[in-house]
Design a protein. Structure first.
Length: 137
């Protein structure tokens, strides 16, 4: 009887592990000291850095969805997505707050907007993929 439920437990643990691991990666990236010298950033470097914000939080939202869906498969999709959006956005605020205490770094509201766009893209992708799956059945 236990073997029947064991794969589900492993899947839940892996989903939670990947979520916490990625949160740690984001935290560690935010811990790198910045340059004390202010300079004009080239446009390509600007796009790369802001694109990293979008990607980091896109992936975090997907992993949060995966973990919540693994632990609460019977909950409504809209409820889980709202929890994902709020919790990942809260983590973006925490990340920017953390950066204010790292030498040479600063927390920026605009970075939270870039993080939010990654979250929005992830939620849109989840909505699209879960609706498509329902139509295929």
């Amino acid at each position: 009887m236990l073997k029947r439920y064991l794969p589900v437990i492993r899947e839940k643990r892996m989903a939670a592990f990947l979520l916490v691991l990625w949160m740690g990666v984001i935290f560690s990236f935010s811990s790198f000291p910045g340059s004390p010298v202010k300079y004009e950033m080239p446009f390509t470097l600007y796009l790369e850095r802001k694109g990293a914000h979008v990607f980091e939080f896109f992936l975090l939202a997907l992993l949060a969805w995966n973990a919540l869906h693994a632990f609460f498969p019977k909950e409504k999709r809209s409820f889980l997505l709202s929890i994902v959006a709020m919790s990942v956005l809260f983590y973006a605020f925490l990340d920017e707050t953390h950066q204010m205490f790292v030498p040479g770094r600063e927390g920026k509201l605009t970075d939270i907007l870039y993080d939010s766009s990654g979250i929005l893209i992830a939620i849109t992708a989840i909505l699209f993929l879960t609706r498509k799956r329902k139509m295929d059945r």
